[in-house]
Ligand binder design. Sequence first.
Ligand code: PHE
Length: 362
Amino acid sequence: MTSPHPSGQDLAAKQGQYLARIEGAATLEALEEVRLEALGKQGDITQLMKSLGGMSPEERKEKGEAFNQIRVVLQDAIGAKRTRLEKEALQESLSKEWEDVTLPGANLQKGRIHPLSQAMFEALEILGDMGFYVAEGPDIEDDFHNFTALNIPELHPARQDQDTFYFPKDAKGERLLLRTHTSPVQVRTMMNKKPPIRIVAPGRVYRSDYDQTHTPVFHQIEGLYIDKDIHMGHLKGCLETFCQRFFECPDLPVRFRPGFFPFTEPSAEIDIGCGRKDGRLVIGGGEDWLEILGAGMVHRKVLENCGVDPDEYQGFAFGMGVERLAMLKYGLTDLRAFFESDVRWLEHYGKSPFAGLMGGVL
Ligand code: PHE
């Protein structure tokens, strides 16, 4: 009777065949096929190993050793062949694929800081150094905060429809509006906080206007300082220093001219000295003056309207247009370009982010 289990001779033949097929495998896929056939779950050798369970102890000992040996031999041969094939594949791809490291890199476009943002940060940095805190308020305001509390009379032209963007009347007959200046933030601050108050309010403002020097949205910074014994001298020193630092010109002439605002008394318009050189505007020196700020001592009525006792507290306020500051500082001529989002313009006039905002702190 022949044994149902392969003889030593059969095993040697099997091993020889598998070794030849392993050696002959030209690709990793072909090698994997042979491995599955021999050593996979249903593989030839795996089946042999499983058959050990049904053998007598003596036979199991003998065959077990033989089966295991062939398993180990095939495993080692497959491992060695796989390493060789992988190496060859790597060599092949290295010789075919290569990078030309001399090609110029992809040109990344660098972002630029919009001149308006730059001017805003520079102005706020200087005012922050002087001890002013930033305060903010809503863009959509009501009549009281934008006009009435600021002592702007009922018939003042600024209230007329052509200057102010109004929303339709609500059910109570009131109409909200887009703030025409940042001064309502001084009203809100005084109504909510006890003096001393020292704030600057940067933000968007809206007026129905459009030409080379006016756009329907622009930006202002409002300043407010309320305390005991604050006088015009403080206002003068503060704005002189501000202008000289902002325009980076320590001896910049700064002139206070009498002006009028309903919410300040006395009021002043502030000019800086400038001249022309080869047809170009030069800030500092020269014969000419440029108006850049409005300011004054906060009107008693405004203090009263906001719940501040004018006999105990006084203070000053000032307001400036940030676009105008930016145009003068950076030599820009058309305000409308600020809002046209032309990247070529921004590329040209934008500031390098590497120079840093806030004087290089950021
Ligand atoms: N609110 C004024 C304007 O928009 C500027 C201003 C602010 C003037 C504070 C004086 C004091 O023109």
